[in-house]
Design a protein around this ligand. Structure first.
Ligand SMILES: Cc1ncc(COP(=O)(O)O)c(C=O)c1O
Length: 351
């Protein structure tokens, strides 16, 4: 937790590198990665591909860049991409899907983030002079705006059946895929087996300062390397980013269970507070979303009062607050947060 004991629950992106990561950065063997000569980057990419059960991987600057590159590598300009209506790619990536990749996003609504194969099937329109050619289906796992929900390996397999039947590619924005694997206690390869390619982030709950990895076939990664360069993402001594990434893959995954336990504790505590509504079945990993409309306070008033009590959170829609647990958030911080929300509720209900 940063100085002054602020409890920062806005996102797991606020995590700081561990001492071991800083040591790894200090001692990383470096080279020019645009020439393919950074041994630390090469090690990380090999490790990431092995972990995901795919042929190759590519270190990129961010999750957003990974998603954009994958769109470009998996499609041709003017094609249609089916994605979940609340997905990060659709909501939060500045429309790069259209602005840069030249694609038509086709959002499909879901329950809890898992696309229904029948809805996907219905979104794939027949070949017709009027329609753009569908090329790609994207899923997000865990699903951020749905509250860190898990798309199970069986659900992925069902969607991949539709993709295969229509000759489409299936891509997974797996920014937090290790949270899903840890929560279900299964090897992450169960989630990656039925997608053509995916990305995951080092810079969220795995605590790295920067970086995401794209993973897929060697051909996909070679294509992606070129697009990364075109987007200005070719990095030189990128081993300083890769070194903590290796620590993350080797040491930071099992501890995600702790974040999930804290999120559950937080959710169950909040659920008892007057004026708060929360669907506990959505709390599956490290994200807790809840509705504050019953408090009768505006989002701004709620967040600023919480901030005065030393706790930071975000809203993701009107009256919908999000809190994310991560390394540095301990059980005592969770309890302090529950008590703070309870005191806001009491203050509002007394007035
Ligand atoms: C599901 C998901 N995908 C992609 C991203 C983008 O990652 P970045 O912030 O590294 O660009 C995020 C970031 O929060 C995310 O939650």
């Amino acid at each position: 937790m940063p100085a002054k004991e602020i409890i920062d629950l806005r996102s797991d992106t606020v995590t700081l590198p561990t001492e071991e990561m800083l040591d790894a950065i200090r001692h990383a063997e470096l080279g020019d990665d645009v020439f393919g000569e950074d041994p630390t980057v090469n090690r990380l990419e090999k490790l990431a591909a092995e972990r995901m059960g795919k042929e190759a991987a590519l270190l990129v600057t961010s999750g957003t860049q990974a998603n954009l590159i994958s769109l470009m590598s998996n499609t041709k300009r003017g094609e249609l991409v089916i994605l979940e209506a609340e997905s990060h790619m659709y909501w939060y990536e500045v429309g790069g899907i259209s602005m840069i990749a030249g694609l038509l996003p086709w959002p499909v609504k879901s329950r809890l983030g898992a696309l229904d194969p029948e809805d996907v099937e219905a979104a794939i329109r027949p070949q017709n002079i009027h329609f753009p050619k569908p090329a790609l289906i994207c899923i997000e796992n865990t699903h951020n705006r749905h509250g860190g929900t898990i798309i199970t390996p069986d659900q992925i397999r069902a969607i991949s059946g539709v993709a295969l039947a229509h000759g489409l590619k299936l891509y997974m924005d797996g920014a937090r895929i290790f949270n899903a694997a840890v929560a279900l206690k299964v090897d992450v390869k169960k989630f990656t087996k039925h997608v053509d390619n995916l990305m995951f982030c080092l810079s969220k709950s795995l605590c790295c300062p920067v970086g995401s990895l794209l993973v897929g076939t060697s051909e996909f990664i070679e294509k992606s390397r070129k697009f990364r360069k075109a987007l200005g993402g070719g990095m030189r001594q990128a081993g300083i980013i890769a070194a903590p990434g290796i620590v993350a893959l080797e040491r930071m995954i099992d501890r995600l269970e702790e974040d999930h336990r804290n999120a559950r504790h937080l959710a169950e505590g909040i659920a008892k507070i007057e004026g708060i509504q929360i669907d506990l079945s959505c709390v599956q990993t490290n994200i807790v979303c809840f509705d504050i409309s019953g408090l009768g306070a505006s989002d701004d008033l709620f967040l600023s009062t919480l901030k005065q009590k030393g706790i930071l959170a975000l809203t993701v829609a009107k009256n919908k607050v999000r809190m994310v647990t991560h390394k540095g958030v301990e059980k005592e911080h969770v309890e302090k947060s529950i008590a703070a929300i309870e005191s806001i509720s009491n203050e509002l209900h007394l007035n």
